[in-house]
Design a protein around this ligand. Structure first.
Ligand SMILES: C[S@@+](CC[C@H](N)C(=O)[O-])C[C@H]1O[C@@H](n2cnc3c(N)ncnc32)[C@H](O)[C@@H]1O
Length: 238
């Protein structure tokens, strides 16, 4: 499916999010908080649009995805970025290879997201961080109702007119609705062995950015009791 939507993927993103993806990506970059000299894995990187801000900031970023169609579009556009084919549930990297791992709008698409969270933990250095940007649940009930209407009615209609593969966008709407909300995703992170899990809502909770750390002494296997989840005090909503 991603191979098919690859050529128009970025145009459709801007259109369907009404330009919001650019703002969301800047917030993710700040949350990853990487500096030159650090190595960052951008997982499910697709065409590399989520990897570009790191490369532009002089950070050593690896863009990994399992869709060769997406990777090809990315490599053509940004030959300077290191694109690597790999499956999020069986990553082609050694233990502790990265200072930070990030995944934007990709975890929901992975067939076994909990296995991917464990793999991300394995390839992160002890004390390293994880930042996930993913569609989530709007907090305000009225905003949630309007958003679900947009997802289920307007979005497939726009996609029908603008995309070569409208079914992919029906899948997008359905997968967003089936995805765990902010607290449940945070609980998945804790269960996978990540600690100090926090999140902040963007655009009223349409998107949530989760941040967590690999324990200094972690072995790569899931920790026993889930750590307590804290909600980030500052919300980027609205
Ligand atoms: C919606 S795109 C996100 C791309 C990019 N991160 C962005 O923000 O624009 C989701 C990506 O997840 C990738 N994906 C899904 N399952 C995957 C897996 N198991 N391993 C690696 N990539 C996967 C797809 O190929 C697709 O490129």
């Amino acid at each position: 499916m991603f191979d098919e939507v690859a050529p128009r993927y970025d145009v459709m993103n801007d259109l369907l999010s009404l330009g919001q993806t650019r703002r969301w990506r800047k917030i993710v970059l700040d949350a990853v908080d990487a500096s030159p000299g650090q190595r960052v894995l951008d997982l499910a990187a697709g065409t590399g649009t989520s990897s570009e801000p790191y490369a532009d900031a002089g950070i050593d970023v690896v863009a990994c995805d399992f869709s060769l169609g997406m990777l090809r579009v990315g490599k053509r556009r940004r030959p300077d970025i290191d694109f690597i084919a790999g499956d999020a549930t069986n990553l082609p990297f050694a233990d502790g290879s990265f200072d930070a791992v990030t995944i934007s709008f990709g975890l929901r698409n992975v067939s076994d997201p909990r296995k991917a969270l464990a793999e991300m933990l394995r390839v992160t250095k002890p004390g390293g961080r994880l930042v996930i940007a993913e569609f989530s649940s709007p907090v305000n009930p009225l905003w949630r109702t309007m958003y679900v209407e947009y997802l289920m009615r307007a979005l497939p209609e726009i996609a029908r007119r603008a995309s070569s593969n409208p079914d992919a966008y029906v899948y997008l709407a359905e997968s967003i609705r089936a995805w765990p909300d902010q607290d449940n995703l945070a609980a998945w992170l804790s269960a996978a062995g990540w600690t100090d899990v926090t999140y902040r809502n963007l655009s009223g909770g349409i998107v949530a950015v989760h941040r967590a750390y690999k324990p200094e002494a972690a072995t790569g296997s899931p920790a026993a009791p889930p750590a307590q989840v804290r909600r980030a005090r500052r919300s980027a909503s609205r």
